[in-house]
Design a protein around this ligand. Structure first.
Ligand code: DSN
Length: 417
């Protein structure tokens, strides 16, 4: 029994945190938006900086006592600008959704037009999907992927931009396994006089590691979360051209948020420092190599992948031909210690709660140190479980094998809990 203050003060919550840490140690976490933050990042997240209020920006705050907070925020900004080659950085967004909303609020007026990738084709809720505030406040048109190869059709985007005349074009995705042509989007935006927002939340770590083209030279504004491939704390960040600095900063505060989460800012600074190292470059390369190896092994095992494979950290299995829904597949795999998520596929005839796809990726298992050999094994386990999704004996056998593999690859960051 641990004797940390939390275990003494609130054993109920402490036990739940311990149980979650244990789960994270024992399973293959393939949800592509998840990762393991380092012990250093977790330590900064759990620090006394959570006690301080600091509305405003460094040197221009509404509260006294900012000597250390200003230094933390300045450091995070400096590291973000250096890592991504950005002219300006705002490290205050609470996460990706408020980051995107702050951009719309900073650059647009209610009713202005946005052109973005639709959610069922791989986009994000906050890119103007109809049930969200972005879909209600702004006039949104959405492009999709081509039916023939499930890739973004840049000619179609250009045609729609010309017809719709948006004030802002959004590129970037949550479930798109291919490289995004940021330069092409910038050209289309320039042709119609629109701003370009690139949401690189999923691929920020790949961009930092130099294994995906960067949107920073091309987009007016780049939004990101900090906890996905970037391996930081749960948070958000905006990078932009100098010309948009005021609009973006005002969009975040006072436009949308109150006091920044200083403990998160410190942890973002730590993660940005970690992401500047040669080790992180190697990690990003390995994420992509592993995803390719996993995709190839799944294709060889007879699975269909949306767009036929992957260029990045994730892949979408189209389970239509297997006669199983994404939800049933995700549940069967979860019981076997392999954790992905059910996901719509482009042109999915099934409803979003019971979609035809399964989304998996390699960021977290690569953080554990797994490589191409392990990916072949993971694909074989996925194939075995999904060949008999109701078979409890198969699930139990795979779960045991998964745990044995995880023991050989201890996850970073879990020592603290
Ligand atoms: N919820 C994230 C994901 O899983 O992709 C996106 O915000």
């Amino acid at each position: 029994m641990s004797l940390t203050p939390l275990h003494r003060v609130d054993p109920e919550i402490a036990a739940l945190i311990d149980a979650e840490a244990d789960r994270q140690r024992r399973v293959l976490r393939l949800i592509p938006s998840e990762n393991y933050a380092s012990s250093a990042v977790l330590e900064a997240t759990g620090s006394v900086l959570t006690n301080k209020y600091s509305e405003g920006y460094a040197g221009r705050r509404y509260y006294q006592g900012q000597a250390h907070i200003d230094a933390v925020e300045r450091l995070a900004i400096k590291r973000a600008k250096a890592l991504f080659g950005a002219e300006h950085a705002n490290v205050q967004p609470y996460s990706g959704s408020p980051a995107n909303l702050a951009v719309y609020h900073g650059l647009l007026e209610p009713g202005d037009r946005i052109l973005s990738l639709s959610l069922p084709h791989g986009g994000h809720l906050t890119h103007g999907w109809k049930v969200t505030i972005s879909g209600k406040v702004y006039d949104v048109a959405q492009y999709g992927v081509r039916a023939s190869d499930q890739r973004i059709d840049m000619d179609e985007v250009a045609r729609m931009a010309k017809a719709f005349q948006p004030k802002l074009i959004v590129c970037g995705a949550s479930a798109y396994p291919r490289v995004i042509d940021f330069e092409g989007f910038a050209q289309i935006a320039a042709d119609v006089g629109a701003y370009l927002l690139a949401d690189m939340a999923h691929i920020a770590g790949l961009v930092a590691g130099g294994v995906h083209p960067s949107p920073v030279p091309f987009a007016d504004v780049v939004s990101t979360t900090t906890h996905k491939t970037l391996r930081g704390p749960r948070g958000g960040m905006l990078l932009c051209k100098k010309a948009h600095r005021k609009a973006i900063d005002r969009g975040v505060f006072p436009g949308l948020q109150g006091g920044p989460h200083n403990h998160t800012t410190a942890a973002i600074a730590v993660a940005l420092g970690e992401a500047s190292t040669p080790e992180f470059k190697a990690y990003a390369r390995a994420v992509v190599d592993n995803a390719r190896a996993l995709a190839e092994a799944l294709l060889s095992a007879g699975f269909d992948l949306v767009s036929g494979g992957t260029d990045n950290h994730l892949m979408l299995l189209d389970l239509t031909a297997k006669g199983i829904t994404g939800k049933a597949a995700a549940a069967a795999l979860d019981a076997a210690g392999i954790v992905g998520n059910a996901n719509s596929i482009p042109f999915d005839p099934r409803p979003p709660m019971e979609p035809s796809g399964l989304r998996i990726g390699t960021p977290a298992i690569t953080s554990m140190g797994m490589g191409v050999d392990e990916m072949k094994q993971v694909a074989a386990w996925i194939a075995a479980v999904l060949a008999a999704p109701e078979d409890e004996a198969v699930r139990a056998r795979v779960r045991g094998d998964v745990e044995a593999l995880c023991q050989r690859f201890p996850a970073p960051g879990l020592a603290l809990s």
